[in-house]
Design a protein around this ligand. Structure first.
Ligand SMILES: [Zn+2]
Length: 66
């Protein structure tokens, strides 16, 4: 089955072993994200979480100094 990644717009071929294949075939889902974009999205999400944690630590350190 030919699918297009919604993020990078690259076309790729997936087979029935692909986790998203059945949903796409039944029309339950039209959204496909290739594995490299999936990793990027997850990487960004964890990077954002790290930034938030660091911000909280900095606020906490400032509050403790006062
Ligand atoms: Zn992609």
């Amino acid at each position: 089955m030919k699918v297009q990644c919604m993020t990078c717009k690259k076309h790729s071929e997936i087979d029935s072993k692909h986790p998203q294949y059945q949903k796409l075939k039944r029309g339950e889902s039209k959204i496909f994200v290739c594995s490299s974009c999936n990793k990027n999205i997850q990487g960004q999400a964890s990077a954002d979480t790290n930034i938030n944690v660091n911000d909280l630590d900095q606020h906490d350190a400032i509050l403790r100094r006062k």
